[in-house]
Ligand binder design. Structure first.
Ligand SMILES: [Zn+2]
Length: 265
């Protein structure tokens, strides 16, 4: 990839644990030139990707933030589609958080879908390591608490010209996420619930993370219907008045440019 390759973020699925008539569950698409990486692949996402004519036969990788169904359910039909409809021969690189490869195997076994493992190249990405090359991006991860069982990887993805996008998984208020997302060009994070709930963020809590991280802009996703309206956006913006922030819309494409270098001192 060259340093002039444009980076585009697309919100494939902005819904939380269940899809709506128009919103798939969690899925984020990054296009760097002719390379494509997905972060999460929840139910409804595959249909949305097909409707958008995404290049599913030549995906570089799918990174899963964690193994709740709204973040990976469509991995199985994607793999079957690539194998039997598209004739893809190369295994699809799939990245999961540390310790979750065995969980994925157990889940696939329960679903009588162990053959999926023959057609993916499954790796774990440990949080806190130096950047790892995944397709066109250099990826780092931070582990965030989510449920009693699962931690979540938030991913920081950087292309050659330095443009950086951070995609959080599901998490509650966190000091680690703002530090991890500091100065990214785009921060995509959840704003799931109207009132505080363990393992998730309200619009106000998400806004506070954006204010601490100071990305170039922020998109809120993983929101319950009918959240995501003007009232919730006003709450998020009140917590973060100096960074552009909006609720991601299904299919919304956002060109992402490098942030201007800051002047020391
Ligand atoms: Zn979720």
């Amino acid at each position: 990839m060259t340093s002039t390759t444009a980076l585009t973020y697309t919100c494939v699925g902005p819904s939380c644990a269940w899809p709506t008539a128009t919103r798939a569950t969690s899925c984020h698409r990054l296009d760097a030139g002719d390379r494509t990486v997905l972060v999460d692949l929840g139910h409804g996402a595959l249909q949305a990707l097909r409707a958008a004519e995404a290049p599913l036969d030549r995906l570089d990788a799918v990174l899963l933030t964690h193994l709740h169904l709204d973040h990976w359910a469509d991995l199985v039909p994607l793999v079957w589609m690539r194998r039997f409809e598209l004739g893809a021969s190369a295994p699809l690189p799939v990245v999961v958080p540390e310790g979750q490869a065995a969980r994925l195997r157990t889940a696939l076994e329960a679903l009588d879908a162990l053959d999926v493992l023959d057609w993916i190249a499954l790796t774990e990405l440990q949080a806190g390591l130096p950047p790892t090359g995944v397709g066109p991006v250099a990826v780092t991860a931070v582990a965030l608490p989510h449920s009693a069982v699962l931690t979540v990887n938030a991913y920081r993805l950087q292309v050659a010209d330095g443009t950086t996008i951070v995609v959080s998984g599901d998490c509650g208020p966190s000091d680690a996420l703002p530090a991890f997302a500091r100065d990214a060009a785009l921060l995509v994070l959840e704003a799931t619930v109207p009132e505080p709930l363990a393992g998730h963020l309200t619009p106000g809590e998400a806004g506070a993370i954006v204010a601490a991280a100071q990305p170039g802009r922020a998109l809120l996703c993983h929101y319950l219907e009918p959240l995501g309206g003007p009232a919730e956006l006003a709450i998020a913006r009140a917590a973060c008045p100096d960074v552009p922030i909006a609720f991601a819309q299904p299919g919304e494409r956002v060109p992402v440019a490098p942030r201007p270098a800051t002047t020391p001192g």
